[in-house]
Write a protein that binds this ligand. Structure first.
Ligand code: GDP
Ligand code: MG
Length: 300
């Protein structure tokens, strides 16, 4: 089912670190795009909160969150949080220090100290370069940053304008270990993404059925599998009586085929990547009476 992994494939965890307001969240969105964000909780990753996994034909980058750092770690809670933050850094294959162009504060210094203490290799992403005019004004800042730490690379970007994001993505990927994808199968996925996909399938079904949508119909995304070249979506259309199944499937399965095709094309466009959609019609007798079933279907 899955294509073989090329031998030069790289995969690993990258931690985005930086003081508040430098643009970490904006940058993460620009790097991964909510379109591609797939979260796979696994027992061995409890110390990380995985914010997004970017899978390309050459590499897979799992971006992890590091809890906030506190300068004055007097209280036990703060100390514990700092330990967690340091552990998250130590588990990362690579750290990306995010800073703001033309600015260096004591909080940036603190973030850098943490990276140095963790011993992890780091890349610096200099964000918000769209604010620097003319661009040459950036050069002395970049030169000064290079003297602060032996960064593997310093990459100027604008997360807001999506400027030079591809370069940062490639730079991060190039410094990850050679490894097959850590998440070859998206066993469990971002609920938000699964929900939007289910809604889209339901919309196509509604259009196809022309008001004929039986009461109690529900679409459930059962599995999303991220592969380097495509996203595999396994979805079920739940009906609440066996008699509704032929209505949804249509003569010779033509109706379900049309729904599947329309949904797949719309998903390709929405997600900006190739989607393989497997659709099944399933009967859940009296599912509306079953509270657990309702929860599973996201109707809470
Ligand atoms: P975080 O606290 O590090 O996660 O920072 P956010 O991503 O929340 O961004 C903080 C602020 O900086 C927001 O108002 C963003 O819109 C803004 N911002 C982020 N990236 C850029 C950028 O590349 N250029 C500009 N001009 N503003 C940015
Ligand atoms: Mg943020």
């Amino acid at each position: 089912m899955s294509t073989p992994t090329p031998p030069e494939f790289r995969s690993g965890f990258a931690a985005l670190v930086g003081r508040p307001n430098v643009g970490k969240s904006t940058l993460l969105n620009a790097l991964v795009g909510e379109k591609l964000s797939i979260v796979t909780p696994r027992p061995q990753t409890t110390r990380h909160r995985i914010r997004g996994v970017l899978t390309t034909p050459e590499a897979q980058i799992a971006f992890v969150d590091t809890p906030g750092l506190h300068r004055h770690a007097r209280r036990a809670l703060n100390k514990a949080m700092n330990r967690t933050a340091t552990a998250a850094l130590e588990d990362a294959d690579l750290v990306v220090l995010v800073v703001e162009a033309m600015r260096w504060t004591s909080e940036d210094e603190l973030a850098l100290e943490r990276i140095v203490r963790s011993g992890r290799a780091a890349i610096a992403a200099v964000n918000k370069i769209d604010r620097v005019r003319p661009r040459e004004r950036l050069l002395p800042y970049l030169a000064e940053l290079a003297t602060r730490h032996a960064f593997l690379a310093i990459v100027p970007v604008s997360a807001l304008k999506s400027d030079n994001i591809g370069d940062l993505r490639r730079t991060i990927a190039a410094h990850l270990p050679l490894s097959p994808p850590l998440f070859p199968h998206g066993e469990l996925t971002d609920r938000g993404l699964a929900f939007r996909i289910a809604e889209l399938i339901r919309e196509k079904l509604t259009l196809e059925l022309n008001q004929e949508v039986p009461y109690g119909i529900a679409v459930e995304v059962e599995r999303l599998t991220a592969e380097p070249d495509q996203l595999i979506v396994d979805a079920a259309i739940w009906v609440d009586r066996a008699g509704q199944k032929p209505i949804v499937i249509g003569a010779h399965g033509e109706r379900l085929k049309r729904v599947g095709r329309a949904a797949r094309l719309a998903l390709n466009a929405m997600l900006g990547r190739r989607v393989h959609l497997n659709l099944w019609v399933k009967v859940r007798e009296n599912w509306a009476d079953n509270a657990r079933a309702l929860r599973e279907l996201g109707v809470e």
